[in-house]
Write a protein that binds this ligand. Sequence first.
Ligand code: GTP
Ligand code: ZN
Length: 211
Amino acid sequence: MSSPAHQAERPVTMVPGTHGRPTRHDGVDVAAAERAAGEFLSALGIPVDAEGLRDTPGRMARAYAELFSPRPFDLTTFPNDEGYDELVLVRSIPVRSVCEHHMLPFAGVAHVGYLPGRRIVGLSKLARIVEHFACRPQVQERLTKQVADWLQTRLEPKGVGVVVEADHTCMTLRGVRASGSHTVTSALLGVLRDDARSRGEFFALAHPTGH
Ligand SMILES: Nc1nc2c(ncn2[C@@H]2O[C@H](COP(=O)(O)OP(=O)(O)OP(=O)(O)O)[C@@H](O)[C@H]2O)c(=O)[nH]1
Ligand SMILES: [Zn+2]
């Protein structure tokens, strides 16, 4: 079984960047974003006509467009012919996203695991699912739960567990300036949620690393 992960998403199109480079984006009006970025910087008293800053609004627009453009993928699964019934876990999947409150990046790692049912999933797809949900304005709790729910619906395993550890620049570089702080979230479904032994085993393997 193979089903597109991006079914309900807007189509990905290619538009020229200001330096003639193709810029991948997902329904974003890069030219309008560039104009708005220029006005935004001007309003903050930043001289966007200075030589070094001349291309900055365009760079900002393309940078955010990139952060909001996940790469499409197919969810490849295989029959679980051997009846493998232990945990499958991919640890330390890179996460980079943008907090929806400040539009500042947060980054860290995800540990994504499941207890197989009738099918197993291509391992790379666990990392692709994380990217899919991270490439949008997010809160860490929602990102964690969306990855778990999506896997549960599409793969129908016996259980799913997701741990995300991330540093939010909105609270390390500004605001409270709690540098060195890490935020840990988790979402457990099925057997991994309900069975104490499975839950314990999952957290023993997917424990936060402080990355
Ligand atoms: N729950 C949750 N909160 C987040 C996340 N990312 C950022 N935030 C928080 O969103 C909150 C927004 O609070 P506000 O008081 O409206 O914003 P603010 O005045 O900039 O707050 P400070 O960051 O405390 O200066 C802050 O407490 C952020 O730390 C996230 O992924 N999950
Ligand atoms: Zn924030």
